[in-house]
Structures are given as structure tokens and as C-alpha cells.
Design a protein around this ligand. Structure first.
Ligand SMILES: [Zn+2]
Length: 383
């Protein structure tokens, strides 16, 4: 097979077109791996809606929640980011937004290396298109070259971890880091009552992270009941509130406060990305509580209406965006430990790697007909 089929988007609003690109020769510090599965992320939907704040190197291949198996590897690429051996047949994941390790933020603020000035994204540095073909996970194969992009990180997954499950490590890491941010600032302790705003894939995985990190009670505010809120309860949310049954503002806040009881939630985490979530969420908190914003595309301006409430309620407000390279390994380990305790497979709806399949996956995710649309080029490998 001298060609690799990849799905390319020409720009916002465009459908994926599958085309064949030459199969690359493998330099000493590069690898080619067969893609088993790749999740469709809310970020992909935003990028396709034209919301990404920086210029993107269109046309390119989306898909960054990707797992696969190494098929070819250069002789000098012996270990993954954590020092695990890399060999043909090894299961791996390649996360996006990996820090370059050399820019001002990477050198001086390593805990905020997620704000690297030149992160590796979709196999490229943002804004720079470099030959040969490097692509994202909506493809049959993925190619990485650590000489071309030294910031690229490869993580070997446990041999017995199904590759469909491995695609959840990256979004779970986003949630883990958000709770870790809260914990490190004194805003999250074992036994705390947590309210999660948003019941999409990140909301569901935030339930996992909250419980795994010791939350006492977890309540999810979102919609729709099927499939999303029902799934949150199967993941261990004690209660859910369907926002379609409660008007925005006071009615919704009151309903949540009734469930939470007492003085309000210790921690509210916004995974909804919805502009109204901030003002509502801080009113679900007890005074002195902590609010974490992890909806990457929230219009923060909408929070201004309640800006003074941050003072009068004496609360902490934190942002958490993506993750560092070390966070990813924590996410893989959490997923591995937790895999039997949650119905992870129920999160995923699988779609084939065809132009129609990709279009359906994106449409299903956008319309919230599923929780996590996942493009699966190789069912047997993914299972
Ligand atoms: Zn950097």
C-alpha cells in the first residue's frame, strides 16, 4: 500500500473529502501508525464553524483524540514521552497541543506549558504547513516525525487497553487537569459537592474525574435527558437537572441549589461552553466556593453582568485550558484504573471512515444525538 487515505477539510463549513496521499518513507525518528479510532471533539466542531481564534493551515485533517498501532518506526525512536519502549505493534495515542519545550512559556512556566507559544497541533505547529504530509486522526494512518516537530509527544497505552477506550484519555485529561487546578488552589477537597455544567463528552468525563479524585457528591446540569443526562447518572452523577425544563437564571439556579442543599456547591465546573453558564454557575456556589471555567469557547464577556458577584461571594474563579504533556500521562493512568468502573463504551457512537460517515459523525455530535461521536477506520483494531 503506497498511499494513505486521509480526510481533509478545505475550510470552515466544508465537508470532509477523502483523498490519498503518498505513504511517507520513515526517517530515523519518525513513526507511522494505523489509526484504530478517533473521537470527534467539540473543538473540531468549533474549528469547522470558523471559531478558532488564530489562522489555521487549511486545508488540513482534523481529529486529535486518536489511537492506533505502530506499523513502522525509525531506529532512533526507541521510547515514548514517558520512557516506555516503542516497537511495531505497540498501542499508542498522540495528543494535540503538545508544548514545544523551548519557547518562553515552556521554559519559564512549565506548569502552564499548555500555553506554549508554538504547540504541535494536528501534527503541525499552528500556522506552519510543513511537507511532507502530516495529518490528524481522521485518516487511515498517522505519521509523526520528531525531527521535523520535536514537540510531538507519543504515549504508549497499556497493551490490554482497548483502543476505542484510549481515545478518551485526551478529553479525560482536560477534566483531570481542571480538578487538579482547583485542588492546587485549595478549591477542591475529598468529599466536596461538585456541580458540573454541561452534559456533553467533557461533562460526562468530568463526572469520572470528580469521582476518581474524591468528590463527595456530583450533580450535572445539562440536556438532553436522552442520551446525555441519563448517561451522566449511569456514570455516577447523583442527580441531573434538565435545563430545558427550567428557565435560564433564577429558576435554574434555584432548582440546582435545592438539589445541592446547604449553602451551595463547593465547586462548580463549566464544561458547557455556553455564555450564560458563568453567571448561573457562580450563583450555584456556596460563598467562598470555586468556579472553574473549562468551556474553551465561552464568550467570557457574558460573565461581566455578574462580575461584582465574584467579590461579594468571596469566590475563586479559575480557568483551565487543555493540559500539559505530563497531565496526559495522568489521564491515561486514570482511564486505565477506572475502566471497569464506568460504562465508557456507552459514551461512544461509532461511524465509519467514509466521507458520509464523517459527515454523519459531525452532524450527530453537533445535534447532540450522541455523546461522543467516534470515527473508526478499523473496527477490529478499535475493539
Ligand atoms: Zn513552547
Amino acid at each position: 500500500m503506497n498511499e494513505v487515505r486521509v480526510a481533509t477539510f478545505a475550510g470552515p463549513g466544508q465537508q470532509a473529502v477523502i483523498r490519498a496521499v503518498p505513504r511517507p518513507a520513515i526517517p530515523p525518528r519518525a513513526a507511522l501508525f494505523r489509526v484504530a479510532a478517533c473521537g470527534v471533539c467539540g473543538t473540531d466542531l468549533h474549528i469547522l464553524a470558523g471559531h478558532w481564534p488564530k489562522p489555521l493551515p487549511w486545508p488540513f485533517t482534523l481529529g486529535h483524540e486518536v489511537t492506533g498501532v505502530i506499523t513502522e518506526i525509525g531506529p532512533e525512536l526507541a521510547e515514548d514521552y514517558m520512557g516506555n519502549r516503542l516497537v511495531p505493534g505497540a498501542k499508542v495515542m498522540i495528543p494535540p497541543l503538545m508544548p514545544c519545550g523551548r519557547c518562553y512559556y515552556c521554559v519559564h512556566y512549565p506548569k502552564h506549558a499548555n500555553k506554549c507559544l508554538t504547540p504541535v497541533y494536528y501534527g503541525r505547529y499552528l500556522g506552519f504547513e510543513k511537507p511532507p504530509h502530516l495529518w490528524g486522526g481522521f485518516a487511515e494512518m498517522e505519521y509523526v516525525d520528531l525531527d521535523m516537530l520535536p514537540g510531538t509527544k507519543i504515549y504508549r497505552l497499556p497493551d490490554d487497553m482497548p483502543l476505542w477506550l484510549g481515545t478518551l484519555a485526551e478529553p479525560l485529561t482536560s477534566c483531570l487537569r481542571a480538578f487538579r487546578r482547583a485542588a492546587e488552589s485549595g478549591g477542591f477537597s475529598a468529599g466536596d459537592t461538585v456541580v458540573i455544567q454541561g452534559s456533553g463528552p467533557i461533562g460526562v468525563l468530568a463526572v469520572v474525574a470528580a469521582r476518581e479524585m474524591g468528590a463527595g457528591r456530583v450533580i450535572v446540569v445539562g440536556a438532553p435527558e436522552e442520551p446525555r443526562l441519563a448517561l451522566c447518572r449511569r456514570f455516577g452523577a447523583e442527580a441531573t437537572l434538565d435545563i430545558t425544563h427550567h428557565a435560564p437564571g433564577a429558576a435554574r439556579i434555584g432548582a440546582v441549589r435545592e438539589i445541592v442543599g446547604g449553602f451551595g456547591a463547593d465547586l462548580v465546573m463549566d464544561c458547557s461552553g455556553h455564555p450564560s453558564a458563568g453567571p448561573e454557575g457562580i450563583e450555584m456556589l456556596r460563598d467562598g466556593g470555586t468556579y472553574v471555567e473549562m468551556g474553551q469557547f465561552t464568550d467570557a464577556g457574558a460573565i461581566e453582568t455578574s462580575w461584582h458577584r465574584i467579590c461579594t461571594k468571596d469566590i475563586s474563579v479559575l480557568g483551565s485550558w487543555a493540559f500539559t504533556a505530563d497531565d496526559i500521562w495522568s489521564g491515561i493512568k486514570m482511564l486505565d484504573r477506572a475502566r471497569e468502573r464506568y460504562p465508557f463504551r456507552e459514551m461512544q457512537s461509532w461511524f465509519p471512515f467514509t466521507e458520509a460517515g464523517i459527515a454523519e459523525a459531525i452532524d450527530a455530535a453537533r445535534a447532540m444525538r450522541c455523546v461522543k461521536a467516534t470515527i473508526v477506520p478499523d473496527d477490529a483494531l478499535a475493539a
